[in-house]
Design a protein around this ligand. Structure first.
Ligand code: 5GP
Ligand code: ZN
Length: 115
């Protein structure tokens, strides 16, 4: 599993930067976004330092399947019975700020609005 000592999310995974963690297993950790855009705003982060969707390879298929199946479970745990939004920003043009793959899970407002 790759790690990058200069990467913020690798530091959070290593525990050298604190986070408000809500879930963890052998493949991912999940913590609250420091600047939440909705009442529930979680970040699902693979333990492996993968920069973005652009760097995914065949051997990541199991991880991606795991994350997709985990999302509705996390949403349910957070009480998001009315639905939730997932966002993946890829590259600077896609609004990515932290270059370690992560999935945003948002919800808890009546409507998040469309775009
Ligand atoms: P991106 O734009 O890269 O998809 O999103 C990065 C997210 O990480 C942003 O929503 C930002 O608020 C969040 N973030 C940045 N630094 C930290 C931090 O130190 N701790 C936590 N929990 N979230 C952070
Ligand atoms: Zn990293």
């Amino acid at each position: 599993m790759k790690t990058d000592l200069d990467c913020l999310f690798c530091k959070i995974i290593a525990g050298t930067v604190p986070s408000d963690q809500v879930y963890s297993d052998d493949q991912v950790i999940v913590f609250k976004d420091i600047n939440p855009k909705a009442p529930v705003h979680l970040l699902i982060v693979p333990r492996d330092h993968i920069i973005s969707l652009n760097e995914l390879e065949n051997n990541h298929d199991k991880l991606i399947g795991h994350i997709m199946r985990l999302l509705p479970k996390l949403a349910k745990e957070q009480g998001l019975d009315n639905g939730f939004r997932t966002i993946i920003n890829t590259g600077r043009g896609g609004g990515q700020i932290v270059f370690h793959l992560h999935i945003h899970l948002l919800g808890g407002k009546e409507h998040l609005g469309g775009f």
